[in-house]
Design a binder for this molecule. Structure first.
Ligand code: AMP
Length: 273
């Protein structure tokens, strides 16, 4: 596995590759969720590039940028064992100038849900993803459905800016008890982990009610909010796959999303129905 830390070397490396390139951007502290994206990329492409970069521009003031879990040595081993061809781990100064153009997420869909609770977050996400896509020019880039709104906004950016990468959505990987894997789960103590389970539990209950025939999104939201009451809910919302709020569940075209704080840890989860 080649390790690269500067953008120019990454471009040189990429430009020599003739085969299809798969790209998996991450912020590190890799877990099975990340590994599933990496494995999918390795299966589907001649070469796979993984990036590890805790992107400062997507963190709001007061968020956990400094505390964000960093496990570089373990991440290196994971990538090596998985069969990654190139690991890109730039310093902040290599990726950003002091004064540079900014990218704005779409005014509506970049500022609802996650974007409402973390205003400007998606500006930073799109800025770094665009930089990384320009450096790696991947045939395919892999993103988790765990960050459903991020996935949607990246798919839109690729479309609006006529980028030539195919964005590949990947299924959410969960613990045996349903908890969606997240680098932030390490913040949870035992009690908080129990409460964190309520997110996936609420989504599971919602799905069950839909299977039983419930279609009214307000009713489903109320049921979920009840289950989530021991947590500090930020939102429970139901949208179609274009992120429009909907009143009635549309089978195979709906996403149920939840964000809640457990202790000081902010967690998100969702299910596609
Ligand atoms: P992050 O390191 O949190 O920025 O995540 C990097 C990529 O991994 C993103 O595309 C995430 O959506 C994806 N990801 C994170 N957690 C999971 C999970 N539990 N299952 C599937 N993909 C995930």
């Amino acid at each position: 596995m080649i390790q690269i830390t500067d953008p120019k070397s990454l471009q040189n490396y990429r430009n020599k590759i003739q085969e299809n390139v798969g790209f998996v951007p991450t912020m590190g502290a890799l877990h099975e969720g990340h590994i599933s994206l990496i494995k999918k990329s390795i299966t589907e492409n001649g070469k796979t590039i993984v990036s590890i970069f805790v992107n400062p521009t997507q963190f709001l003031p007061g968020e956990d940028l400094d505390a964000y879990p960093r496990k570089l040595q373990a991440d290196l081993k994971i990538c090596e064992l998985a069969g990654v061809d190139c690991l890109f781990m730039p310093d902040i100064q290599e990726m950003y100038e002091k004064d540079e153009l900014s990218i704005k997420a779409p005014k509506i869909k970049g500022y609802i849900l996650e974007g409402y609770n973390r205003p400007g977050h998606f500006d930073g996400v799109l800025q770094i993803v665009l930089k990384l896509l320009n450096l790696t020019k991947p045939t395919n880039a892999y993103f988790g459905k765990k960050d459903a709104q991020q996935l949607f906004l990246i798919q839109n950016m690729v479309k609006h800016l006529f980028l030539e990468t195919t964005i590949v959505p990947c299924e959410i990987v969960r613990e045996h008890d349903g908890l969606a894997l997240s680098s932030r789960n390490v913040y949870l103590n035992e009690q908080e982990r129990q409460d964190a389970l309520l997110l996936s539990k609420s989504l599971k209950t919602a799905t069950k009610r839909i299977i039983e025939g419930e279609r009214d999104t307000e009713t489903i939201r109320k049921i979920m909010l009840e289950i989530l009451s021991p947590t500090a809910v930020e939102y429970v919302q139901i949208v179609d796959r274009e992120f429009n709020y909907i009143q009635e569940i549309q089978i195979n075209n709906s996403i149920i999303l939840v964000a809640a704080r457990v202790g000081t840890t902010r967690l998100i989860d969702n299910i596609w129905v």
